[in-house]
Write a protein that binds this ligand. Structure first.
Ligand SMILES: Cc1cc2nc3c(=O)[nH]c(=O)nc-3n(C[C@H](O)[C@H](O)[C@H](O)COP(=O)(O)O)c2cc1C
Length: 331
């Protein structure tokens, strides 16, 4: 019997297939379907710093405008007893998931400032989250802000959180650091138990009729996994924290490659949005088949066997024979 189990963020998971944040993980119904199909854990959609801030401002304005109204009107406009803030709803969702599902639940926070996140982190932990993923979705567009300053924000956020919560924390990172490997090492030193490589940024498009920017969400494709696979291979031997591969993992072969270079799990999102939650069972069966055909006893046995230190031609990872590759292009 082939053992698909893997360790991730100190959690023992049945297999390396973990749906990442998406609308599919946001509803108990589809979360149950994901679990039934074989998901070994799941990441909830993010709680967004900006939406909590917005909500707080709205609430303050509401309370303030009540105070301005006359006494009688105040009694007609109370804050409803059942008013549930985004955070309340999020905590409630964790509790419902924990009582209905058997797999670990990873909460997700999206933001950059430490204000508020520490208390929020504590509450997520108390609600039963098994781990916390920090998605620092930050576009460093200010030319006066040096890369080092941006990196320090990540480290500060992590350090502050680590001091106040005990559940494992992982960071979902962009690939756009001057030195990704060094950044991952710094995060390890600051107490991260894992990294998810890499975040996908959605690029706004331009509407040529209105000349306005418009949001543009396109699901990933399998080619995007190669960037992740390359970096995981380069980093695996230098860090001893968990690594999740995320972004472009559509085919079972993409997932096998990520595990071979040292990922502990692969996150799945677009592929499940395209094919539905039950597609996890297809991937799981194909993974088992490949392991059997290639005479592996377990995922642990294959994990990292093609990292930079183990690869037959590791120089390809760094240079990829750039000159030969571009010269090999035939018209
Ligand atoms: C509709 C949609 C909603 C998403 N919501 C979140 C989110 O709330 N938080 C987050 O960290 N990532 C979110 N993501 C990103 C995914 O979790 C994932 O990192 C990304 O889609 C790349 O993986 P993929 O190539 O498997 O799709 C979302 C993606 C999609 C398509």
């Amino acid at each position: 019997m082939i053992d698909l189990s893997t360790e991730y963020l100190g959690l023992k998971l049945d297999n390396p297939l973990v749906p990442s944040s998406s609308p599919l993980t946001g509803e108990l119904d589809s979360a149950k379907k994901l679990e039934d199909a074989g998901a070994s854990a799941l990441v909830l959609p993010s709680l967004f710093e900006e939406s909590i801030e917005y909500e707080q401002k709205q609430l303050e304005r509401f309370v303030h405008s009540q105070a301005l109204g006359n006494y009688e009107a105040q009694s007609y406009q109370p804050i409803p007893d059942d008013y549930g803030s985004e955070l309340d709803n999020y905590l409630d969702r964790i509790q419902r998931y924990k009582s209905s599902l058997g797999i670990p639940i990873i909460a997700s926070l999206n933001g950059i400032s430490t204000n508020g996140w520490i208390d929020t982190g504590r509450e997520l932990q108390q609600a039963g989250a098994d781990a916390l993923e920090l998605n620092v979705y930050y576009i460093a567009a200010d030319p006066d802000t040096a890369g080092e300053v941006v990196e320090k924000r990540y480290i500060q956020l992590l350090t502050d959180l680590r001091q106040h919560i005990t559940i494992p924390v992982t960071m979902k990172l962009s690939s756009q650091f001057s030195s990704v490997a060094n950044m991952v090492l710094k995060l390890q030193h600051a107490g991260a138990q894992g990294v998810s490589l890499f975040n996908r940024f959605y690029q706004p498009d331009i509407d040529l009729e209105t000349l306005q920017l418009k949001p543009h969400l396109e699901l990933s494709n399998s080619n995007e996994s190669l960037l992740r696979i390359r970096w995981i291979a380069l980093i695996r031997d230098y860090v001893n924290i968990s690594i999740a591969a995320t972004g472009g993992f559509h085919n079972t072969s993409d997932i096998i490659k990520a595990l071979l270079v040292g990922a502990d799990i692969t996150h799945l999102c677009s592929v499940l949005l395209n094919n539905g939650p039950s597609h996890i069972s297809v991937i799981k069966d194909e993974l088992l088949k490949w392991l059997e055909e290639h005479e592996y006893d377990s995922v642990t046995q294959m994990k990292g066997s093609l990292s930079k230190a183990c690869a037959i031609n590791p120089e390809q990872l760094e240079h990829c024979n750039y000159m030969h590759v571009i010269k090999s292009y035939a018209q």
